[in-house]
Design a binder for this molecule. Structure first.
Ligand code: PLP
Length: 436
């Protein structure tokens, strides 16, 4: 039975030394107070799929719809200019958040998937021909596989895959051998959404650049958890989603170095991406608008900026330290469960706030020795105990093939999660294991 707990939230208050901060943080998210079935409060551990939204994000968006709403960029009237100002201020907030050089380098998209597709499509069109190669890794999300397969189908490019070890880390010995005169771009995830592996992207970027090859980073799972500085990383492109960092759905970001974005052709046509149009010819707008066809989600950009301000005001260092503590605690507690198999690096410094696991049936005597409880059964039963996790292939089917499994259970943490919730998860898993 999952016990009702009085939540102290002491973990989050300790890193910053600001007593009581955690209480405020948890109460910023009204949904966390929901009762699911007869269980209270909800234990939400599906943050890698999407995070919950703090009140300030929802209120900023509601306020904009009620009091400001007008289409951006094209209006001479007051509301349009105010909405445009908010949208462009949001771009500046994103620039500051990533430490990009200029707002010209910040493109609003619908999310990581669209950002990666934009780069694959435009870069492929401009810089790749039949036989040219893109380097990805064995732990990529489908967004960073299928986007390149579309280019492959159109242009006959080749996708090469950097393998991972059984521990779930990239095998970088001999990485230089992956580069040849046909390598055009490296595209890889910062953090695995399945294994939690934090990839040494700074080293990989350095190596790629030494070979004269640009790098696209999928930052969907890194931006919510620790500070990202695109200038320090020296990546050429960086993608992330608003909804995974406490912002609204339907908005994301593509950062690109200005010199690369200047060289890429537009992605879609129409709206703000043009300068002049005749039936014969169109000239394209300057950055960043060249890549923003159609009415942008200017209310979501306000929500995203609010979310980024929110995490920045707590401090990404505080969030990282809290989540590291929680992940280490969860790994330790979960390993006390007989027959528990946790995927991904054991070293907490290489492991982000995502834990993929499977649990053996008690009779089979240990992890990997016998049948695992099916991830879907585990997820469904945890749900009945008021605990939300995710199950399945997590949009990483090739990684599942590599691991020789169909899917995993995945618990993933955010700034509002607590040790008490980890305890609730562990007790619930033990209880379910006994049921089998
Ligand atoms: N890349 C990674 C590593 C992810 O975890 C996800 C989503 O789970 C995506 C890309 C796709 O993100 P979105 O669906 O927000 O575009």
């Amino acid at each position: 039975m999952v016990k009702k707990k009085i939540y102290s939230f002491s973990e989050l208050s300790s890193p910053s030394g600001e007593v009581g901060r955690g209480v405020g943080i948890r109460s910023d998210f009204p949904i966390l107070g929901r009762k699911i079935y007869d269980k209270y409060p909800l234990v939400y551990l599906d943050n890698a799929a999407t995070t919950q939204k703090p009140r300030c994000v929802v209120e900023a968006m509601t306020d904009e719809y009620y009091n400001v709403n007008a289409n951006v960029h094209r209006g001479v009237h007051f509301l349009s200019q105010q909405a445009t100002d908010l949208h462009e201020q949001a771009r500046e907030t994103v620039r500051r958040f990533l430490n990009a050089r200029s707002t010209n380098e910040i493109i609003f998209t619908r999310g990581t998937t669209e950002s990666i597709n934009l780069v694959a499509s435009c870069f492929g069109q401009a810089f790749m021909k039949e036989g040219d190669e893109v380097l990805i890794t064995e732990m990529e999300h489908h967004a960073n596989i299928v986007s390149w397969q579309l280019v492959q189908a159109r242009q006959g490019i080749k996708i090469r895959v950097i393998p991972i070890s059984d521990e779930g880390e990239l095998i970088l010995d001999g990485i230089d051998d992956f580069f040849n005169e046909k390598t055009r771009i490296v595209s890889l995830t910062h953090v695995s959404n399945v294994l939690g592996t934090i990839n040494p992207i700074k080293d990989i970027i350095r190596i790629a650049h030494a070979h004269g090859v640009p790098v696209l980073i999928d930052g969907a799972q890194s931006t919510p958890h620790f500070r990202v500085d695109v200038q320090d990383l020296d990546c050429d492109f960086f993608a992330f989603s608003g909804h995974k960092i406490y912002g609204p759905t339907g908005i994301g970001v593509l950062y690109g170095k200005e010199e690369w974005l200047e060289k890429l052709p537009p992605y879609m046509g129409g709206g703000e991406m043009i300068k002049t149009v005749t039936f014969e010819h169109t000239t394209f707008n300057d950055l960043p608008y060249k890549f923003e066809a159609g009415t942008p989600d200017y209310v979501a950009s306000t929500g995203l900026a609010k979310a980024l301000d929110y995490v920045s005001s707590i401090g990404l260092d505080v969030i990282e330290s809290h989540e590291k503590d929680l992940t280490a605690y969860a790994m330790k507690r979960m390993m006390e469960i007989p027959g528990m198999k946790i995927f991904g690096p054991k070293d907490i410094n290489q492991h982000d706030a995502v834990i993929s696991f499977l649990v053996s049936l008690p009779s089979t005597g240990g992890a990997g020795k016998g049948a695992f409880i099916h991830h879907l059964d585990m997820g469904t039963l945890l749900d009945r105990l008021g605990i939300a996790i995710r199950t399945g292939h997590h949009c990483a089917e090739p990684l599942m093939h590599r691991l020789g499994i169909e899917g995993t259970c995945r618990a993933s943490f955010a700034l509002y999660n607590t040790r008490e919730e980890v305890d609730a998860l562990v007790s619930a898993i033990l209880r379910i294991q006994q049921m089998f």
